[in-house]
Design a protein around this ligand. Structure first.
Ligand code: 13P
Length: 255
């Protein structure tokens, strides 16, 4: 991370975990543990039904509660989806878009990820845009090309001004939930490629100011080394974001 140039962001993605009661208990547990640790933003993205409870518990703390997805239309016949306006109406200003599980299991494409990102930004929300290569692409030696292509497609039509509200989460799919973490060098190399692509699209100033997180089996044991890399400005954490002690250790690594 380069704290002189950009904000470090440590975010948890709870995925399909935590009922409202569990979310309340978790936030109440972790709130005092991360209190005053202000060298990074702390975010938990919660399942839709648990957002309100998590927000209530997080009131007055340095914890921000976000959502895990958002639809690109304002309203209408889109069963099971939630719009940016709906999220904003309950006070949610941060949202994950394009997580690999959405792409893998629910048919999301770079096109829908781009539409969702645009809709969230138009509503004034902050987007954590997730991308990254699958195992076959890494083995084929095309990680850099895949990362550059995803960034270009996912950010198509998004202005330099809007990039102030975009965080990129580089999440190599082979490292998610597998216990296989990218090495700090692999994470740094991919994040550097992403930053170079941002520079190509928006110029150096925007590229240098954009927070790029690493995600994929980040935990209390490997966070410090990953976060020590110049282009790794934070983490997007799955499994370890469900355990207060582990997540707090990652926040500590970012201080
Ligand atoms: P894990 O930390 O469980 O590998 O999940 C990472 C992730 O997908 C965060 O969005």
């Amino acid at each position: 991370m380069n704290p002189a140039k950009r904000r470090t962001v440590i975010a948890g993605n709870w995925k399909m975990n935590f009922t409202p009661a569990e979310a309340t208990a978790f936030i109440n547990e972790i709130k005092p543990m991360v209190a005053g640790k202000d060298n990074c933003d702390i975010i938990f993205c919660a399942p839709f039904v648990s957002i309100a409870a998590a927000m209530e518990a997080a009131k007055g703390s340095n914890i921000v509660i976000g959502a895990e997805n958002v639809h690109y239309e304002a309203k209408g016949a889109y069963t099971g989806e939630v719009s940016a306006e709906m999220l904003k109406a309950i006070g949610v200003n941060t949202v994950l878009v394009g997580h690999s599980e959405r792409r893998q299991y629910f048919g999301e494409t770079d096109e829908t990820v781009n539409l969702r990102t645009k809709a969230a930004l138009a509503a004034g929300m902050r987007v954590i845009l997730c991308m990254g290569e699958v195992k076959e692409q890494r083995l084929a030696g095309i990680t850099n090309e895949i990362c550059a292509m995803q960034i270009k497609l996912d950010l198509a039509g998004i202005s330099a001004e809007d990039m102030k509200n975009v965080i990129i989460a580089y999440e190599p799919v082979w490292a998610i939930g597998t216990g296989l973490t990218a090495t700090p060098e692999q994470a740094e190399d991919a994040c550097a490629v992403i930053r170079a692509t941002l520079a190509e699209l928006y110029g150096n100033e925007v590229a240098e100011a954009t927070t790029i997180q690493y995600g994929g089996s980040m935990n209390d044991g490997n966070a410090a080394e990953l976060l020590s890399k110049t282009n790794v400005d934070g983490g997007l954490i799955g499994g370890a974001s469900l355990v207060a002690k582990k997540f707090t250790a990652i926040v500590d690594a970012a201080q």
